[in-house]
Design a protein around this ligand. Structure first.
Ligand SMILES: NC(=O)c1ccc[n+]([C@@H]2O[C@H](COP(=O)([O-])OP(=O)(O)OC[C@H]3O[C@@H](n4cnc5c(N)ncnc54)[C@H](OP(=O)(O)O)[C@@H]3O)[C@@H](O)[C@H]2O)c1
Length: 267
């Protein structure tokens, strides 16, 4: 496939690595010039391009930038994207990072807001796995602890194609229904970042409480803002699992709580 990735940070670069390892062609852009991505290009074989050259003729386009940056994408940047090419939204809304987005604060689903700005349907996926897990924890199909990712959207054919691609890079995928249901995988829900298996994921999505998730999200964001940059990402996964009611009796869960406590004391 020829895959375009807008955003070359944690998520965009992890996806670029995976797709290049499977011999896909990857075009990648950031907010600056292609030259600023030469190290990533060298390491992965992804091809840095200007945003204006990204979408033409790609089979799949991935938006992996902060929510606050979506309105800054130039209007004409989707010109030339084939109508059959799915657009994946990996984004999450964090008011602490993105500022207030009134429509989402009033209850609009995050990826519906993105779709409304782009003027094209999107699928929501890769938003609820921490970049470290996405980069390092892929496993062969059938592995006992293989992580499952939800994918929400209204185009069943597009979802099937993306589910096959997710499988290729080492993860199970669950069709989590239409985009209107994608609030179940937004920040502040039980399915947000606990690295669940395919058998665990449906129950987590089911237990999401739409009215409670914004407050949960903001509490978590305030805590995370106090953590040092080197706080281990897998401890964040353990804390997500614990708050989703998983691994209550595992020592590593409580070690993660202790490490959170120490990190907060130091901050
Ligand atoms: N980090 C995670 O673990 C994680 C997990 C799941 C989902 N997400 C979500 O995925 C999205 C990306 O997260 P991230 O952690 O990968 O972000 P990040 O590391 O901060 O990287 C953001 C990337 O977006 C680019 N960008 C920003 N504004 C742009 C614009 N107007 N046009 C083109 N490129 C632009 C930046 O380019 P410059 O360097 O040029 O600014 C940078 O390459 C966020 O919504 C985040 O919430 C993150």
């Amino acid at each position: 496939m020829k895959i375009g990735i807008v955003g070359a940070g944690n998520i965009g670069s992890a996806l670029a690595r995976h797709f290049r390892e499977r011999q896909h062609t990857v075009l990648i852009a950031n907010s600056r010039s292609p030259e600023t991505l030469s190290a990533l290009a060298h390491a992965t074989g992804a091809m840095p391009v200007a945003l204006s050259d990204m979408a033409r003729g790609v089979d799949l386009l991935i938006i992996a930038i902060p929510m606050k940056s979506v309105p800054l994408l130039p209007k004409e940047f989707l010109d030339g994207l084939p109508a059959t090419s799915p657009i994946l939204d990996t984004g999450n809304y964090y008011p602490l990072r993105d500022g207030r987005i009134a429509a989402i604060d009033k209850g609009m689903i995050e990826s519906e807001w993105v779709a409304s700005l782009l003027g094209r349907p999107v699928l929501k996926v890769f938003n609820n796995i921490v970049a470290d897990s996405l980069l390092r924890k892929g496993l062969p199909r059938g592995s006992k602890h293989r992580i499952a990712l939800p994918i929400s959207g209204d185009d069943a054919t597009a979802k099937r194609r993306v589910i096959a691609l997710i499988d290729e890079i080492g993860f199970d995928a669950l069709d989590a229904g239409p985009l209107a249901e994608s609030w179940r995988q937004q920040p502040g829900t039980p399915a947000y970042c606990p690295d669940p298996t395919l058998s665990q994921l449906p129950g987590l999505l089911q237990r999401a409480q739409r009215d409670k998730s914004p407050a949960n999200r903001d509490r978590a964001a305030q805590l995370m803002a106090k953590l040092p940059a080197d706080f281990p990402p897998q401890n964040l996964v353990r804390l997500s699992r614990l708050s989703a009611g998983m691994d209550l009796w595992k020592p590593q869960s409580w070690r993660a709580v202790l490490s959170l406590g120490f990190a907060l004391l130091r901050s």
